[in-house]
Every structure is written in C-alpha cells, then in structure tokens.
Ligand binder design. Structure first.
Ligand code: PA5
Length: 477
C-alpha cells in the first residue's frame, strides 16, 4: 500500500487553514471580519457554489478533474521521465507564465534545495533548469553551463504560439541540429494543446514526443497536468502522491458548508477583506522550499482576478495585488510596512510543522546574553518562534493575517496546497462575478510586440505604434 492510500496518514498530512487573525473577535471590530458578515453572504456563497459545480459538470473547469483523469497519462509520463533520468545530464524546460511557474515552485518545494549542485548519484536524475524569460544574457549563460549534446528540452506552451517560448524553441532546435543532426528530434518533448497552435503542428511533422494539456485547463491552472507532472517526474518527485494530495483537497473542498471548506472560507474572507479596502495580498511562506509557491500564487491571483469588466460587462476594476515575501528573510525588509503602514493588506503565512532537516545551534559565548540564549536550541525552533512572533506582532497591530499550516512539505501536502489555492481563486472569482480563466489585459501588449517584431497581419498596429505619442525629452533626465 502506498502511504497516500492510508487514511490515518492522509489525515495526519491534512493541511489546515487558520483564519483566527482575520476575525473581529481577535483583531477588533474596526479591522476584523465579523462572523455575521460571513453568514450574511450565505445566499451569495450558495450561488457561487452552484455556479462552480455547474461549470465543473459542464467540463469547463477540467483542471479540477486532473487528479482523476490522468491514469494513462501518468504511466506515459513516468516512462518518459525514467528514460530522461537514465540517459541525460540536463533537463531544460522552456516556457513562461503558467507553463513555468508551477514546475519551478514544485521543483523548489520537493527537490533538494541545491539540487543541481548535488553529485549525479545523489540527484538520481538530470540537472534541472527552467528558462522562463528571453533575456539574452540568461539564455547565453545557460548554454555556457549545459552540454547540449546531453540535454533534453521540454517546450511547454498551452497556446503553442507564445512568442517568448517559440523563440527559445527556435534557438534550441537550431543548436541541437548543429550539434547532433537529425537526432535532435529525440531531444525535444512538446507539452501543448492537442489541436491548437503552431507547436503541435511542428511536433507532429518533426516527430517529437508530445504530452497534451486538456482543453479546459488554462496556463495558470495547469500545474497538475503534464505541464508540471513531467518535469516533476524527471526530478524524481512522486507525481502519484502529488495528484493524491490534490484529490484529497478536492474532497475537503467539496463540502458546501463554507465553515468546513478551507478554500471557500479563504475566498470568502478575501472577498470581504477586498470590500474593506484590502487591495494587497501578501503570501509569506516560512520555508525556502515554498519560496516559489508565492511566485506561482502571484500569477494565479493576479491574472485570474485582475479584471476591468465583470461577467455582465460592467466596469468593476477588480483584483488584489499579490506580493511575495519569505519568512524570516522579509521580516528584515517588509514587516515594518505591514505592521505600521496602511491597512490595505491581507498577509497569508504558510508554515511547516516538521521540516525535513533539523539543525542545532551550538552553545557558545555564555557571558554574552544577546547571543548565548540561542545556543542549545534548534534553528527549527528559531524559525517557528520568528513566525509566531511576526504573527503576534501583526495581530497586535490589528492587521488581517491567516496561516496555511503544512504538517510537512511532501508531494501529498504540495498537491493539497496547489489545489486549495486554485479552488480559492476560482471561488472568489464567482463571488466577484468575474471570469477567472481569461486574460484580456495582456492582449494589447502581446499584439504590440507582434507588430514591433514585424509579424505579418499586424502592419496597422505597427503604424499605430509608430504614429503614437512621441516621448518628450524633457521628461527623460
Ligand atoms: O495563465 C495563463 O494562461 C498565462 O499566464 C499563460 O500561462 C502564459 O501566457 C503562457 O502561455 P502558453 O502556455 O500558451 O505559452
């Protein structure tokens, strides 16, 4: 039996959501949320639950079913990953946005924190890189450290057309061809839509191995599809446990009663907080392994909720600005603002009860009380104390904060965390009456970039850009 099939282990690994410090009984009537405010929303919450359930039944939110619909896909991924792990020195993911942030977050969470520097026998698989930008210096730097003859490239793009990713692909394909000739085809794995976009056409024509992102799974909701599963499996992460964690959270989130459903409650609290002018959502994990979860969440929250129009076409300018922080590091950078600055934030801590390492602080300098009190404790205790202390400081300053508690960081808890935050995002979008799954606001910039790069069909946009307002030299100093 796998451990995730054991109910008592699952219960022990259940992540918990502590929202005490969002509530008025804790931080006072002026700044906290009253339980009655939540109950007053029950009809709206029921409506949102119905809408979300309806969308799921209609197959419009297939990302919710990823834990269940990928048995064969998982087999193929494990086979491909096994081959890559045995044969190659380096695995490079080319992608951007939702096609990169999840793989980065999960790799950081579940692999060794200095994975690439470990010797091969300890890693067990290839070194792992994600190129999620088109900075020429970074691309060149990658080729300075990887041996292309020993590398597999995973090109990930749902649309199959994203300029940044396709430019990276063109560079890599050319380099591979020059280095190993026609065998280059074996070194490119495409993860994309089964029908749409240029990448699938190229992949079919040139015979690349392919994995598909299901139709109802958009970029930022795709981590539990082959987008995230293949790179995770290549890194030796147990992807079946990851999906089992997501399925478990799905069970917890299938509870209609908001007071028992962590994702719905998280969304409702943020919704009320937004009505009260909390325009900023800070995510602050107290674990380096979870540092990039905050990046992944920032995209999910920003792109899903930042909307000019609601579903009725009314101008609403919705959204809450996500901010990434890391405990304890950012106590020495951002916490001053959070305790004494404007009352415009909700801070979400992520804490870990049991870290995978334990480090003792040696006793020394017994005559120096400012240092000696640390000796004899573990650094685990120190980081825990710092998180509790920061939470307390925010509570005293009457700042809304909440905590997601992970018993441990493992594939099961990470699956739960990803799924919970996705459901929270989709649910708050229902409350806000906006579409969480589109991103019309990025179109203008995309089109302007096509025009500037001379893409056929965008000549008028180019002319518009060229005839646009000229910048005044007096404002450039
Ligand atoms: O969430 C989204 O849909 C976007 O952020 C995309 O992930 C991003 O634009 C990359 O798109 P694609 O996967 O099509 O290359």
């Amino acid at each position: 039996m796998r451990r995730f099939e054991d109910n008592s282990w699952k219960e022990k690994m259940r992540i918990r959501f502590d929202y005490n410090n969002m509530m008025s009984d804790m931080i006072g009537d002026e700044w906290g949320i009253n339980k009655d405010q939540i109950t007053a929303l029950i009809p709206k919450i029921r409506d949102a639950v119905d809408k979300l359930n309806h969308k799921r039944k209609a197959g419009k939110t297939q990302w919710r079913d990823l834990p269940y619909i990928q048995k064969d896909v998982v087999k193929d991924i494990l086979a491909a990953a096994d081959e890559v792990r045995q044969k190659y020195e380096t695995f490079v993911l080319l992608g951007i946005g939702g096609s990169a942030l999840g793989p980065i977050a999960v790799h950081q969470a579940l692999n060794h924190l200095h994975y690439n520097e470990l010797p091969r026998e300890k890693r067990g698989g290839p070194r792992f890189y994600v190129v999620d930008n088109i900075d020429p210096e970074r691309i060149q730097a990658l080729f300075d450290v990887v041996d292309i003859k020993n590398t597999v490239f995973n090109v990930v793009t749902k649309s199959g057309n994203t300029s940044e990713t396709m430019a990276q692909f063109l560079i890599v394909r050319n380099m591979l061809k020059e280095a190993i000739g026609e065998k280059y085809r074996e070194r490119i794995i495409a993860t994309t839509d089964a029908e749409k976009g240029s990448l699938i056409k190229i992949a079919r024509e040139e015979g690349y191995r392919t994995f598909f992102i299901p139709a109802g799974v958009g970029g930022r909701f795709s981590e539990l599809s082959p987008v995230g599963l293949l790179p995770a499996a290549v890194g030796g992460i147990d992807i079946e446990e990851l999906l089992a964690g997501a399925a478990y959270m799905d069970e917890l989130c299938s509870e209609d009663d908001v007071f028992k459903n962590p994702a719905y409650m998280a969304a409702v609290l943020q919704y009320i907080a937004m009505q009260q002018g909390k325009n900023i959502s800070v995510m602050m994990p107290y674990a380096d392994s979870l540092k990039y979860m905050a990046d992944w969440y920032a995209q999910l929250w920003a792109e899903s909720l930042g909307k000019k129009l609601d579903l009725d076409g009314k101008e609403v300018y919705a959204g809450q600005t996500p901010v990434k922080a890391l405990g304890a590091t950012d106590q020495h950078s951002q916490i001053q603002l959070y305790t004494e600055g404007p009352f415009d934030k909700v801070i979400t801590f992520i804490t870990v009860e049991k870290y995978r390492s334990k480090v003792c602080i040696p006793r020394a300098y017994e005559d120096m009380t400012g240092v000696s009190f640390l000796g004899g404790h573990t650094i685990n205790r120190l980081i825990r104390a710092e998180q509790m202390a920061t939470e307390y400081a925010l509570y005293k300053a009457k700042r809304m904060n909440r905590t997601i508690i992970l018993p441990e960081v493992n594939a099961f808890t990470i699956g739960q965390l990803l799924y919970m935050l996705e459901v929270e995002t989709a649910f708050i979008a229902e409350l806000l009456n906006i579409n969480a799954f589109d991103q019309p606001g990025v179109e203008e910039g995309k089109i302007a970039a096509y025009a500037l790069m001379g893409r056929p069909g965008y000549e008028r946009k180019k002319a518009e850009l060229e005839s646009g307002t000229e910048k005044k030299m007096e404002y450039i100093i």
